[in-house]
Design a protein around this ligand. Structure first.
Ligand SMILES: Nc1ncnc2c1ncn2[C@@H]1O[C@H](COP(=O)(O)OP(=O)(O)OP(=O)(O)O)[C@@H](O)[C@H]1O
Ligand SMILES: C[C@@](O)(CCO)CC(=O)[O-]
Ligand SMILES: [Mg+2]
Length: 383
């Protein structure tokens, strides 16, 4: 039996980091995906191992099912509902990953491989399987690669372990029912916890459900944007680690609780105001240009507060300066510290100017991505 899944990456329009501390955030799916192909071998094909192939990196990890059974035998039976990985369980998983001697220059992969092993063994136990992963997303860059990785894995595993209900179908790709999406999202969140430490859940939620969402303390509200949002994504290509950046903000809260909580309150208002702007229909009294100027102002305010949180970076500032020359507004997206930056492309900007901006940014070593914002979420395809 086999199944394919694909889960989108995301951009955070406002509210990253503050959302970990209870503020609202607005995020949107983008049309860059993590793809998973999951196969349970027939008896004749049985190779007796659990295999993970990271195709983009040319790496294959394999664990004999018998070895997994030996190491996990003390663990309870398969959980019937999503459970957090206990510290003892994570130590067991980490030891199985350490055995693979991931090359030093790819050691950042270990958290993803741990999340894979946790999700697979929690949903399918130790039975032999082949899992192949490819991604259109830059990893570790603020576009939700870890979340889309966990969502696509959880969906594929659940699709072949229980009867999932289908809500819609297009070109062979199936959208799951809301209750099944919620189950996938809960499992993916457990995978994110292994990689992020203290995730808010916004990344896996928007990867699962897609579209544009407002997220606050686990609560999801779809935002019905009244006009398309065009964003240029610039990858500074400065590697960073979301878990460390999230921890760094928490440490700053411990040092400056009053001022940091005031910042989080401001971000909460910014996200709520952005939601209102996005959902307000354009009219004679509220033109597209007025709407876009308000979005830009909220982005600029959020960027300033992210600098106060200590998660900007000189490379991000360089993108801000480069796009300011064209009177465009930018802000970091995701955990910051490098990674990706959003630039709003107003409706009236010409393709020629956009090409000039891209050429300017790429001339200083950045990579630009044109993405569709607010598209579909997780989908699966059988056979
Ligand atoms: N396709 C993939 N294959 C293997 N591991 C992956 C894949 N995508 C993500 N990961 C794991 O997720 C980690 C990157 O997660 P991280 O949260 O730091 O960045 P991000 O999710 O891209 O950015 P952000 O969380 O700010 O949106 C990688 O180091 C790797 O361990
Ligand atoms: C930085 C953060 O707010 C978003 C990362 O994409 C972390 C989280 O919410 O889990
Ligand atoms: Mg992540």
């Amino acid at each position: 039996m086999e199944v394919r899944s694909r889960a989108p990456g995301k951009i955070i329009l406002t509210g990253e980091h503050a959302v970990v501390h209870g503020s609202s955030a607005i995020a949107a799916a983008i049309d860059l995906y993590t793809h998973v192909l999951f196969r349970l071998p027939s008896l004749s094909e049985n190779h007796g191992s659990v295999e993970l192939e990271l195709k983009d990196l040319g790496l294959v990890f394999s664990w004999p099912s018998q070895r997994l059974e030996e190491r996990f035998h003390s663990m309870d039976t398969l959980p019937s509902t999503p459970q957090s990985c206990s510290s003892d369980h994570l130590k067991l998983i980490a030891s199985l990953v350490e055995e693979k001697n991931i090359p030093e220059d790819k050691i950042w992969l270990s958290s993803g491989v741990c999340a894979f092993l946790y999700l697979y063994t929690s949903i399918h136990g130790y039975k032999p399987a082949t899992v192949a992963v490819t991604s259109e997303l830059p990893l570790g860059s603020g576009l939700g690669s870890s979340a889309s990785f966990c969502v696509a894995l959880a969906a594929a595993f659940l699709a072949l372990s229980t009867r999932v209900s289908i809500n819609d179908e297009k070109d062979g790709w199936l959208t799951l029912t809301t209750s099944d999406l919620e189950l996938v999202n809960k499992w993916a969140f457990e995978g994110e916890k292994i990689m992020h430490g203290k995730p808010s859940g916004i990344d896996n939620t928007v990867s699962t459900f897609g579209r544009v969402v407002m997220f606050k303390s686990g609560e999801l509200n779809q935002i019905q944007s009244t006009a398309p949002l065009r964003m240029l994504v610039t990858n500074t290509k400065v590697g960073r680690n979301t878990k460390k950046l999230v921890a760094g903000v928490s440490e700053r809260v411990a040092r400056h609780p009053g001022s940091m909580n005031a910042i989080f309150t401001s971000v909460d208002f910014i996200s709520k105001e952005l939601a209102t702007v996005l959902e307000t229909p354009t009219s004679d009294d509220f033109s597209v240009t007025t709407r876009e100027k308000m979005i830009e102002e909220l982005m600029e305010m959020n960027q300033g507060l992210l600098q106060c949180m200590g998660v900007s970076h000189p490379s991000i500032e360089n993108v801000l300066r480069a796009t300011e020359k064209y009177k465009l507004t930018s802000k970091l997206t995701g955990a910051g510290g490098g990674g990706c930056v959003l630039t709003l492309l107003p409706t009236l900007i010409t393709g020629t100017v956009v090409d000039e901006v891209i050429a300017d940014l790429e001339s200083i070593g950045f990579q630009c991505l044109k993405v569709e914002v607010g598209g579909k979420g997780l989908e699966v395809c059988f056979g």
